[in-house]
Structures are given as C-alpha cells and as structure tokens.
Design a protein around this ligand. Structure first.
Ligand code: ATP
Length: 349
C-alpha cells in the first residue's frame, strides 16, 4: 500500500470540472511534482490533499487512513505557499514555533525545535528578525521551517520558488530537495516550470486540463513521453508526420526517408518526434536514419550550438556541443542530419 493514495479524485466548481479522475500513489519519502500549465488543476489537487478544498468525489488516504472528512489541522500536513505567507508581526522564531504553540508544546521544547529548524534551513542566527528584514529566499526558508517544525507526515509545496529571482530559485530548490531527502518526508511540489520539475523530482505527474496525462520519472517523461501534450510541454521536440508503409512491421517513411521502427504501428500516418540533442550533424556511426537538410539558423551559445534546419519543409531544432576544431555550419549550407531510429518517439497519428 502506498503512503499517500489518491483515487478517482474529482473537483468541479459549478459546471467547471477542474480535476478529472485523478489517481496517484505516492511512496513514503517520495518527492512528486505536479507539473502543468496555468489552470490545469495542480493547486486544486494540492488543496484537496491539504483539506482546504473538499473533493466532489474521490478518496485521499494518508498512511492508510481516509482524510477526506478531516479538517486541515487534523491531517498532520505541512504546507508552503507561493507568497511567503509569514505572519508579519511575529519574529522568525515565533513564526517557526507557531504550529508548536498551537499544539500546546512546552516553551523549552518549542525553543529547542525552533533552533533545530533554523539550523536545518541555514539561518541559525536570524530567529529575532521580522519577516520584512529578510530576503525573499530567506522568507521562503522560514516558511519551510514553519511547515516542517510540527513534523508533518506530508509536505505540500505550492510553487514555493516562483516569486524568487532565477539564481535564488535554483539554489533554494537544491536545498529543499536536500532537506527533503534528509528528513525522508513525503512531498508533493506544484510547479509550471518544467526544468524545475525535471531537476527536483523522483516522479512527475504531468497535468493537462484536470487530467494526469503521464506519471513517470523525469528520465521517462523526457525520453518516453506518451502523449503529444507531454512531449510538447516538457522540453522541445521536432515532430515529423510520417507515412506508414507496413504497419505490422513498423516500416514508415519520414521526410521521404525509409525508417524501421522498433515495433508495429497502427493507421496510415504516425507522428515521430525527436529531441534536439538526438539529431546529429553529419553521418554518425550507429545512426541509421540520415535526413538531407538545409541550415536556416545558427545560435552559438558557448558550450552548445543550437541550429535550426529545414528537412523537407519541416523546421527542426538540433543541439550540438561546441568543438574548438569544428566551426558551426553556415546558414544556407546543405547538411545531413543523422539519428538513431531507437530514439524516435512514436506519438500516434
Ligand atoms: P496556476 O498555475 O495558474 O495556479 P493550477 O494548475 O494550479 O494553475 P488551479 O488553481 O487548480 O490551477 O485552477 C484550476 C481551475 O479551477 C482554474 O480554471 C481556476 O480558475 C478554477 N478554480 C480554482 N479555484 C476555484 C474556486 N475557488 N472557484 C471557482 N473556480 C476555481
């Protein structure tokens, strides 16, 4: 049995169904991201787990116990929001100790736990400050410490990094993940930032229109997207409409070039997708598909060169590593692009 089980969860606001048959099993200690565009229902799922929103139907179990009828403070959950949401009139230490005081913990025990939490978030000396005297990143660390202080069984993070500038966002996400691993706390993290989700998660749930489109490890989601939406939303793809020659044998033609796929396909056309780094400039050993192309754009980014090329009317992106002994091709140059048919993502018609 999973530690956190969400089964057939639905939520409608009036006639607007914003979460549809959402199912997810989260193992103890797992870090799960809910990733999707604005309005796809991520926050609504999180709020139902927290108890701030009541499901229209469905079951949420934590440690085997159904929590749907329980109030938020009966669920033993810690939550961090996008806006810092610290109490402005309380010091950092009072903010972190707030949940413990509510629980009736003795002052000495609160002080000890607060000190432990401030050390955990790397701010051991800032207990006497007020929130307005902290940077955004520090405020979010305090919010994390406040959420963790009562030892919740589940941690919910609702876009906790999105109000921070890019550099702080990256360092704080690394820190959150390290603390989460250290404590072994089961965590659900909401984000619309694909790089963030890829870098931080054990598994990602890609949501689209209230539905969990695909659930998998970052590696699976990126390399083996099962829907066109996931392929497009996570990373960049080049999509080719291929004609099917022999469906049962997986023989197709992509930009007019015969390609042997690993397995059978159905229908008379399929979409074949590649990631930019799966395309190679020139013929390469072991790459069984060679596509004639014309270079249309060259972006020298330093360690990586991003090219665009026209392949039989399809504009494709291709990433290649810089090599000091090999200048990038010129715009307008005829080139060959090679790829391994094993790296093609078959997305159906
Ligand atoms: P974002 O990243 O923009 O926060 P999200 O994926 O978290 O998006 P939700 O906040 O879960 O999306 O909202 C999903 C849909 O439900 C949206 O269309 C939103 O307008 C609607 N919605 C959310 N809360 C309510 C509410 N209390 N009353 C009515 N509609 C709501």
């Amino acid at each position: 049995m999973a530690f956190l089980e969400i089964s057939h969860l639905e939520k409608s606001f009036g006639s607007n169904r914003v979460v549809k048959d959402f199912n997810l099993d989260v193992e103890k200690g797992e870090f799960i991201s809910l990733l999707g565009p604005s309005g796809c229902g991520k926050t609504t799922v999180l709020r139902m787990v927290a108890g701030f929103e009541h499901p229209s139907t469905g079951v949420i179990r934590i440690g085997g116990a159904d929590v749907v009828g329980k109030r938020p403070n009966q669920r033993n959950i810690g939550m961090v929001f996008q806006a810092y949401a610290l109490f402005p009139n309380l010091t950092v230490a009072q903010n972190v100790g707030f949940g413990l005081k509510i629980k009736g913990m003795a002052k000495a025990a609160i002080d000890a736990r607060v000190a432990e939490m401030l050390a955990l978030i790397g701010l051991p000396d800032l207990g006497a400050r007020y929130p307005f005297q902290l940077s955004g990143g520090q405020q979010q660390r305090v919010a994390l410490a406040r959420a963790l202080a009562p030892k919740p069984q589940v941690l919910l993070l609702d876009e906790p990094l999105s109000a921070l500038d890019a550099k702080v966002r990256v360092s704080l996400r690394t820190e959150i993940r390290a603390i989460q691993r250290d404590l072994g706390i089961t965590t659900i993290f909401v984000t619309h930032d694909q790089e963030e989700a890829l870098s931080i998660s054990d598994r990602i749930v890609v949501m689209n229109g209230g539905i969990a489109d695909q659930v998998g490890s970052p590696f699976e989601i990126y390399n083996r997207p099962t829907t066109r939406f996931v392929a497009n939303f996570v990373g960049q793809i080049n999509a080719f409409e291929a004609e099917v020659d022999v469906a049962s044998e997986g023989r197709v033609r992509m930009a007019g070039v015969p390609v042997q796929l690993a397995g059978p396909v159905s229908g008379s056309r399929v979409t074949l997708a590649t990631r930019p780094e799966a395309l190679h400039l020139g013929r390469t050993a072991g790459k069984d598909v060679v596509l004639p192309a014309t270079v249309t754009e060259v972006h020298f980014l330093g360690s990586v060169i991003r090219l665009r090329a026209d392949v039989a009317g399809v504009s494709v992106a291709l990433d290649t590593f810089n090599r000091a002994d090999q200048p990038p091709p010129a715009i307008g140059a005829p080139v060959e692009l090679s790829l391994s048919s094993r790296d093609l993502i078959v997305l159906g018609a």
